[in-house]
Write a protein that binds this ligand. Sequence first.
Ligand code: ADP
Ligand code: MG
Length: 689
Amino acid sequence: MTKHVSAAASLTANKNVQDKLSRLGINNALDLILHLPIRYEDETHLFPINDAPLGQQIQVEGVIIHSEVVVRPRRQLVCQVEDNSGVLVMRFLNFYGSQIKSYAVGKRVRLLGEIRDGFFGTEMVHPKCRIVQPGEPLESAMTPVYPTTAGLTQKVLSKLIGQSLKVLQKEENLTETLPDKIINQYQLDSLEESVMLLHHPPPDVSIEALQARTHPAWQRIKFDELLAQQLSMRLHYQQRRSHSAPTLIKKRQLSEALLTQFSFKLTKAQQKVSAEINHDLSLPHPMQRLLQGDVGSGKTIVAALAALQAMENGYQVAMMAPTEILAEQHFQKLSAWFEPLSITVVWLSGKQKKKERNAALAAIESGEAMLAVGTHALFQAHVLFQQLGLAIIDEQHRFGVHQRLALRMKGMQSDHVPHQLMMSATPIPRTLSMSYFADLDVSIIDELPPGRTSIVTKLIADNRRDEIIQRVEQACQQGKQVYWVCPLIEESETLQLQTAIDTYENISQTFPDLKVGLVHGRLPTQEKSAMMAQFKQGEIQLLVATTVIEVGVDVPNASLMVIENAERMGLSQLHQLRGRVGRGTDASVCVLMYQRPLSEIARKRLKIIYKHTDGFEIARQDLHLRGPGEFLGARQSGMPMLRFADLEQDIELLTNAQMAADEMLQHFPESAQQHIQRWLGEKTEYLRV
Ligand code: ADP
Ligand code: MG
C-alpha cells in the first residue's frame, strides 16, 4: 500500500468550510496539498517609492502625511504616503468609514499594488494596505494566492494548506510514485520539494518563472498531471482491447464490387486509412479507431468499405448518426451502393411508423438486414442484432460518453465486443488527440478528392443585405442552388422555429420568382426528407435551413451559401456549414453575414473562418481561443480537465509524459497504478466506456 498523507482525516470540523472546500474539489489532505497557487504576491521586498518599477505589482512602505475624502469627480479616499525617496498617492474608490479612521496622518503603512502615473500623479489605486510598526520584518516567502470560491478567504485556505503541509513534513512523506529511472531520464525535481516550493517560494526564486509556470517545480507538477492522464487513458485502452472481437478477414469480393460502381479512384489518404481499418478489423480484439477527415474528404466510402469487410465475414453492421437528416442520407447513399451487391439495408428512426419499425427490427434480429442505419434511437433497447460485428458512429464528437457506452453494451449480447469506428469532421488538434483522445487510435484523411473547387468566404455586415440578395438572384438564374442558413437561437427551440419560419416567409417574399424550401429540426421526418430530395433534384432553388444541415448533407449543385448572424455560431459549426458547398464543379461562395457591433471575440472568430479553409488549422485556433473545456464538449462531461498543464505551452512535457507512460505501463505497472490513484482517484470511472 502507498502511504497517503492522512488522506482520510477530516480537513476541518467546520461543515461550512468543508462544503466550500469540496466545491473546489478538495476532499482530503492530499487534495489540499495539490491545491496550488494561481499566482503570487511578493511581500519579501520593499521598493523605494521613487525607484519602483511601473506596471508591475510591488511593495512600498511609508508614513501617511495627508489623508482626505475628496469628490473629484467621485467620492474617494486619497492619502499621501512618504518614504525617504518620495511621495505617492494611494486612492480608494470604494472604502469603509473604518478605513478613513485607520489611514490617519502619522500611520506607517505597507502597500502592495501597481504604481502608475495617474490623475493625482504617482499613485496606487486600491492597494493592499497594512498598518505596520517601524522595523516590522518582511515576509520570508512569497505570498501564494489560491484559487478559491465565494465565502472562503485566502487566509482560511492558506491556514488549512499550511496545516496539511506540516503534517506532510513531520509525519509522513509525499511518497514518490515515479521510479528513479523515469525521474532521472526526464530530469525531474522531487515531488515533495516541488510542492513545498510552490506553496512557500523562497525570496530568491524568480517570480516570473513561478507566474509563467516554467519553474522546474511547476514542470514537475505538470508532468505528473499529464502522466496520470496518459496512464489512465492508455490503461483503459488496453483494458478494452483485452476483450475479444470477431476476426474480420478482408475477402475483397464485396469491396471490389463496390469500387467498380464509382467513376473515381480512392485518394491516397482514403487508401491509407482503409488499410489501417482493414488491419484492425482482422485482429481478434475490438478496434477503437477514430477516423478524422475534413468535411468532404470522403469518409463515407471508407466507412462503407469497413462495413463490407464485416459483412463478408457474416457479421452485421450498425451505423449511427447524430441527426435524422444525416442518418437518412447515409441510408439512401448506402442502400444505393449496397443494393447491387444484394445486401439488405434497413433504417430506424425515432419517428418511424410502428409497422415499418417492427419490420426493420425483425430484419435486424433475424440477420436478414446486414446494415442498420439510424440515429441513436437505433441503439436504444429492443434493438437486437443477430450478430453485430462493427458499429460505425458518424460525427462522434456530438455523442456523449453515455451514448457510446449504450452502444458498447449492444454488442455485449454475444461474448464478442463489436469493433468500433468513430468518424469526425471536426478535426482534433494534435495536442488534444495526444491527451484527451489517447484512448483511441486515430486515422486521418489529410487530403480532399481532386477537382474540388475552393470556397471563397465573404464577410458582409447585414446592412448590405441588398447586395447579397442580388448575388442569390444571379446564382439561381445561372441554374445554381443556394442555402440560406437562419440565425441560431440557442436559448429556445420555439424561438428557433419561429425564426426559421420568419426567415422563410421573408425570403419567399424577397424572391417571388424562385422556388424556396424550408427545413428545420422540428419538421416531421418525412417532410424533411421530401424537402431534401426536392432540393437534391433541383426542384427547389433556394433552401432556407437551420443548422440541421450542418452535418453530412451532400448536394453538389449548391454553390452559394448565406449564413445569417454568423457571429453567433461556433467555428466548427461554421466550418461544417460551409462544407455543404464546394462539393461540385462550380466555384463556390459562402457569405457570412454579421450584425454590428461585433465583440472582440466574435471579430477574432470570424477572421479565423475567413482566413482559413483547412479544418485542422481552424480547430487549432479555436482551441487556442476557447480552451479545451469548451472545445471538447460532450467528451468532456465527466472527464477530468487538466488543472495545471496547458496543452499549448506544455507540448514537450506532454510528449515526455506519453513516452514515460508507455514505459511505466510496461516496466513499472505498480507505480503506474499508484500514480493514477494519487492524481485521479475515483475520477477514472468515466473512462470505462
Ligand atoms: P465526408 O468526409 O464529409 O463525410 P463524404 O463521404 O460525404 O465526405 O464525401 C463527399 C463527396 O465526395 C461525396 O459526394 C463522395 O461521393 C465524393 N468522394 C468521396 N471520395 C472521393 C474520391 N476519391 N474522388 C472523388 N470524389 C469522392
Ligand atoms: Mg460525412
